[in-house]
Design a protein around this ligand. Structure first.
Ligand SMILES: Cc1cc2nc3c(=O)[nH]c(=O)nc-3n(C[C@H](O)[C@H](O)[C@H](O)COP(=O)(O)OP(=O)(O)OC[C@H]3O[C@@H](n4cnc5c(N)ncnc54)[C@H](O)[C@@H]3O)c2cc1C
Length: 518
């Protein structure tokens, strides 16, 4: 099948998408005028192939992928225990079923519809359920995430297959061709529920509200039903600090790895649109070219990076038209993150802005010292934002005030539902983070003049952008170097970051087990 690339205005691209078969789409905001790059299928004469009324996007040969063939594993001879039902655990389970192996999943949190209720309480600042929140529960941290489906890494295997499976379970057609595909936190729960129903109907097991507190206990439980040693896929995500401690106590080898910490910045979305799409040119948001651009390509995002004193300072998990959310899993900490719904249409643009932290920045040799470092700052943020013994708003400061070292009297409106309180982040963030952030924001403002403004606010702390621990594994067998039969995978193992790479890592662990079974 031949393809041709077109570089079009947002409106032209939108019109082309309605009539041609698009296989790739990306927005290019680097030039003075915003352009959309569309790759479309063409016939042997080079003419774009039309969508016919009976063949819309997402149907027929345009969507050429092999649907997965799941086997009945109710009575399968082989079984695998999976700890954690995040993207890594779920994609591992689905892959095992394709290979005729029965997955038995233990998940500490609740199934997605019950989990929603706990998240609603959290958003109203009415208490945290330590087992059911933005990190724990069916679908893992991926369920109420933004659902941006892309990975910086091209190395980890068949990313397109991950997109196809998301599509198969209900994600929109755009995940098949959009360069920066996005699902949205309103759509993800249904996709996760569809995956669960598929796993259960083919004979897999899922045990919710079942926290694994000892690997040895799982091993003794499984040995009653298995003739062979049952492999364990460990897909716990990076927030289960208690589980890391259990693993260390039971002799699983862990090591400290580099991670990143900082704040979440929130700007008015209209300002980010002007900076990114119109290079700060004076444009009124009621003008046609502004409204048309947003209508056809959506709200703008950004990806920023700089180096300050030998460390990277960069934007992370940018959520256009999104919300900042409380993403902690323990009661005395304040951890924040961001998400957006599928339409990305809130008036706010938020992003983590984080500083790279290397293992040598934290004294000592305890492999878990990175976790303790994260927790100390998260507890400090809780204290700084405390409104009672048990409740905390997020400590916040206007962006320019933070950079100039001034107190903020009034904070701008913010999407964070549990509330924000003025705080001197410039004074209590550790200097090696705070000072680098200040310089980082100055650098970003040089690139996009107007970025550094008191119309923006920063909230603390963004501390869980990546895992502070690695569970080393053999690159060939993917098994823990200390514990044969244990397959650490996904974000918590320190080998993936984000939904797609964690899902792929889960697939790879399952394929390794399926191969060994033959
Ligand atoms: C608010 C938010 C927004 C995000 N937005 C994006 C985004 O747009 N794009 C993106 O790529 N990534 C995003 N992420 C990150 C992404 O969600 C994670 O990278 C991904 O979910 C990691 O997958 P995982 O399966 O490795 O771990 P997780 O998704 O963390 O899943 C681990 C699961 O294991 C369970 N578990 C832990 N310990 C135990 C135990 N002892 N016993 C039983 N179960 C246990 C947990 O309850 C959890 O359900 C976001 C994260 C958050 C919090």
């Amino acid at each position: 099948m031949q393809t041709l690339q077109f570089i079009l205005s947002p409106k032209e691209a939108h019109e082309a998408e309605q009539k041609w078969r698009v296989v790739k789409r990306s927005v290019d905001a680097r030039q003075r005028e915003l352009k959309v790059h569309l790759t479309v299928l063409v016939d042997e004469k080079g003419k774009p192939i039309s969508l016919t009324p009976s063949l819309s996007q997402g149907e027929g040969e345009w969507r050429r992928y092999e649907p997965p063939k799941y086997k009945d594993v109710h009575n399968a001879e082989r079984q695998v225990v999976i700890i954690g039902a995040g993207p890594a655990g779920l994609f591992a389970a689905l892959t095992l079923i394709e290979h005729g192996i029965k997955p038995i999943i233990y998940e500490r949190g609740k199934e997605v519809s019950e989990r929603k209720k706990d998240i609603a309480l959290l958003n109203r600042n009415e208490g945290l359920n330590p087992e059911s929140n933005y990190c724990f529960g069916e679908g893992g941290a991926g369920t109420f995430s933004d659902g941006k489906l892309f990975s910086r890494s091209k190395k980890r295997g068949n990313m397109q297959r991950v997109m196809e499976l998301f599509h198969f379970f209900g994600a929109p057609d755009t995940v098949l061709y959009e360069a920066h595909a996005h699902i949205g936190s309103d759509k993800l729960p249904t996709i996760i529920k569809n995956m669960r129903e598929c796993i259960l109907s083919h004979g897999g097991e899922i045990h919710f509200e079942t926290k694994v507190e000892s690997l040895k206990e799982v091993e003794s439980r499984k040995s009653k039903v298995e003739r062979h040693a049952t492999p364990i896929i460990l897909a716990i995500g990076h927030s289960a600090h208690d589980t890391y401690r259990m693993l260390a106590a039971e002799g699983v080898k862990l090591e400290t790895k580099g991670f990143a910490m900082g704040v979440r910045a929130e700007h008015p979305q209209a300002l980010i649109n002007k900076l990114m799409y119109f290079k700060g040119r004076n444009i009124d948001i009621s003008e046609n070219r502004y409204t048309e651009t947003i209508q056809f390509v959506g709200n703008a995002s950004y990806s920023l990076v700089t180096q300050v004193d030998g460390r990277g300072v960069y934007s992370f998990c940018m959520c256009p038209g999104g919300h900042i959310v409380p993403a902690g899993s323990t009661a005395d900490t304040c951890v924040i993150n961001g998400m957006s719904a599928s339409h990305r249409n809130s008036p706010f643009a938020n992003s983590g802005i984080v500083v790279q932290i290397n293992p040598e920045d934290i004294p000592g040799d305890d492999p878990l010292r990175g976790l303790e470092y994260q927790e100390a700052l998260e507890r400090e943020a809780f204290k700084q934002g405390a409104i009672s013994h048990q409740q905390s708003a997020a400590p916040a400061q206007c962006l320019r005030d933070f950079v100039e070292g001034k107190a903020s009297k009034d904070l701008p409106k913010c999407s964070y539902l549990p509330g924000i309180v003025p705080s001197r982040l410039d004074q209590w963030l550790p200097p090696h983070i705070g000072k680098r952030l200040q310089q980082g924001f100055r650098d970003f403002d040089k690139k996009y003049p107007g970025f550094l403004t008191n119309d923006a606010v920063i909230l603390g702390v963004e501390s869980r952008s990546s895992s502070a621990v690695r569970i080393p594994r053999d690159p060939e067998t993917l098994q823990s170097v200390s514990t044969p039969g244990l397959y650490p995978c996904g974000e918590g193992a320190g080998y993936a970051g984000g939904i797609t790479s964690s899902a792929l890592d889960g697939i790879n662990a399952a394929l390794k087990i399926a191969d060994l079974a033959q």
